[in-house]
Structure formats: C-alpha cells, structure tokens
Design a protein around this ligand. Structure first.
Ligand code: FES
Length: 383
C-alpha cells in the first residue's frame, strides 16, 4: 500500500500559530465563576438511585391480624425517597439485638408518596426483623433503606393491559401499591385482585377503598363464611371468570399458595405467570453443624461461626459485617461474592447465578448454606 504525502496548507499553519494568543484572550475574557457543578441528568440519576438512605419510623398502625403498616419518613438530603414502580420492594436494615439485619419488604405506598418523603410497608409478625419492627421499634427509630428493586411490576412491553392479581395474606402488599398508583395516575392498566385471607378480620384492606372502573377486588375467605364473600381457596372456579387472552397473571403470597395456584392455573391452560419471590430462610438439617467462616472485605478480614442450617448472610449479619443485601432470595445478585475455599449448598430453585459465576466460583451468600469451613470475599457495601 502506498501513501501520498501532501504539504500542510499555509492557512492551517497560520491558524495554529495564532491559537495560543487567541486562547489566552478567551481565558482573560471568561467569567471568574466556576462552571456549572450539577447537571440535570446526574441529579435525576442520583434521585432514582440514591443508594442507602436513612429514614425514621414515623407511624405504626396495626392491620388485620398480626400485621402492622409502618410509615417511614426520608431523612435523605432532599427529604424524598426514590421513585419506584408499584410492586417493587425496598430493603430495610437496622441493629436488632447484637446483629445488624436486613430484610426486603414490598412497598404498599404509592410512587407519588415517595416524592413527599414517605414509604409505607405492611409487615407481618414473622421472623426476627419483622417482630422487632412491630414489637420493639419505637416511633422515631432510625433505619436504613436501600433503594427500590425488583421486576414485579406492570410493564406495558411485557404484560397485558389487564392484570389478574392473586394474593395471599400479606402478599397483597405490592398490589396495594399498584392500586394506589392506578388511582393517582402513576400507572395505567386494569387490575382484578383475588385476595385470599383466613377471615374478615385478617383482611388488610377494604375493597371499597380501592375499587373503581379500573380496579376490582374480590376477597376470598378460607376459614369463615360471610355474605358477599367467596368461601374457600382461590381455585380454578374462582380464577376462570377473570381470565382472558388479554390478561397477565401476577401472584404474591406464601410458598404453599404458589404450588396450589400454579396447579389450578395449569388446569386452566395458563403456563406463564409472574410471581414475587419470598426471602430464603433457614433450612432443616438432620444434624446441625457449626463451621468457621472467614470473610474478606477489601483489606479487612473477619472470622465468625456459621451454622449449617442458616444462610451465609445470616452469619454475616450476626457478626455485624456490613454486607450488601437486597432481595435475600438469590435473584438480584447484589450480594454476589467470591468463593475462596469450602463447600456449600444452594437449592437449585434459588440458584439464579449466571453460568460464568458458577464456573468461576461466585456465589450468592443469601441463599447458600455452609457444608464445611469456608472462606469468601464479599463486595464492599456502597453507602
Ligand atoms: S441479596 Fe439478592 S441475590 Fe443475594
């Protein structure tokens, strides 16, 4: 290949030689003010992804049986919480006894309330953290709130215009947020809620507070007969009248409900539905064992004990190691950590790692249980 050389035109050389003087002139003429330090796009990104925000518990209202609606007020620098899609969850963290525990909760407030600095969650008295929130946390107590996450929300590219929501117990929470969002105009779809509860007293909402031309609420009581209410379980006879080709089914509730409802939906030829996943807790082990767990966080090294029936995250929380935690069910990958040595167990149904992570020895401590002494490296918690 040959290249042709051509001389630089005289005009270009002249301009280049004049440039330093011209630049000096422009610098002298310029304002002594510093350039703009903030940009709209950066501010928007920061408000959508504020990371971890401090919040105070401003109200606690008993609801149903053994449940409580907890209002959180933002102590973030702009007094707001991050906007979210109705159906998403936040992760709360606080010191509980000697541990530093995190736990995800679906939001039951509306997206617009977030901009007023309010998040609401509905908590059922189950598990250490939820019991602490209901029984011990005082008004004014400070908790840490990680930004909203999860894909359990209506997406017009993915879902039909009509959602058939099947909820059990406190699993109604994300649908409460959806109904509020539809009512205030933040979301635009139709929702039919089949809501299973044991008795009238267990209901966490009054249907008439939400129903309009886009929202229908049909409570189904399993342990009590009451006029105007379905009695029994949400089976195919209850579901069928609300299904058509333009409907996407969403489910949220206890694990036992998922198996039953999936079977009923299969009988109605519905194979695809969206379900919210619950946090992974302890597993039962015939002979519980205690192992040593060594944890690297950048240059720090911590050593602690880990029980065979508890997840690695539980061991980290008990040792008060600030580990990144969000979903606690293996899906989000926020706790993604490197295995240095040791054996562990992860249930296939909670193993959402990428193939490359499995191959190169990464794990999600929120769903892994130790089977031997272990050494892992966890990411630093970005605050
Ligand atoms: S916290 Fe989401 S995968 Fe572990």
């Amino acid at each position: 290949m040959t290249f042709q050389r051509s001389p630089i035109p005289g005009e270009d050389i002249r301009r280049a030689m004049e440039m330093p003087a011209r630049r000096r002139e422009l610098i002298e003429q310029s304002s002594s003010q510093l350039p703009q330090a903030s940009y709209g796009v950066n501010e928007l990104a920061a408000s959508l992804h504020p990371g971890i925000v401090r919040a105070r518990i401003s109200e606690k209202r008993p609801a149903g049986v053994d449940c409580c609606v907890i209002t959180l007020q933002s102590l973030g620098k702009d007094g707001r919480f991050a906007w979210f899609r109705a159906g998403q969850f936040i992760t709360l963290s606080a010191e509980v006894g000697d541990s530093f525990i995190s736990r995800p909760y679906s939001l039951s407030s509306s997206p617009k309330q977030a901009l007023e600095g309010i998040y609401e969650i509905t908590v059922q008295k189950k598990g250490i953290f939820s019991r602490w929130l209901i029984e011990e946390a005082r008004i004014g107590e400070i908790v840490l709130v990680n930004e909203p996450s999860g894909d359990f929300y209506h997406d017009s590219l993915r879902d039909h215009d009509h959602i058939l929501a099947i909820a059990g117990g406190s699993g109604v929470t994300p649908f409460v947020a959806m109904m509020k969002a539809i009512r205030e105009g933040s979301e635009d779809f139709r929702l039919t809620l089949l809501y299973g509860a044991r008795t009238l007293q267990h209901l966490l909402l009054k249907p008439e507070e939400y129903e309009n031309e886009r929202i229908r609420v049909i409570p189904v009581l399993s342990d009590e007969q009451s006029e105007g209410y379905f009695y029994g379980f949400i089976d195919r006879t209850v579901i069928a009248p609300y299904l058509d080709d333009d409907t996407t089914v969403f489910m949220c509730g206890p694990e036992a409900m998922y198996g039953f409802t999936a079977h009923e939906l299969a009988e109605l030829n519905v194979e695809h539905f969206r379900r919210e996943r619950n946090s992974v807790g302890n597993r039962s082990v015939d002979e519980p064992q205690i192992f040593r767990l060594k944890v690297h966080v950048r240059d720090e090294v911590y050593e602690m004990l880990a029980r065979s029936e508890e997840t690695l995250i539980t061991a980290l929380e008990r040792a008060r190691i600030p580990a990144p935690v969000r979903c606690k069910n293996g899906v989000c990958g926020y706790c993604h950590s490197r295995l240095i040595s040791g054996e562990y167990f992860v249930d296939e149904k909670n193993d959402f790692r990428r193939e490359a992570d499995r191959k190169f020895g990464y794990l999600h401590p929120c769903v892994c249980y130790p089977l031997s002494d272990m050494e892992i490296e966890i990411p630093i918690l970005d605050k």
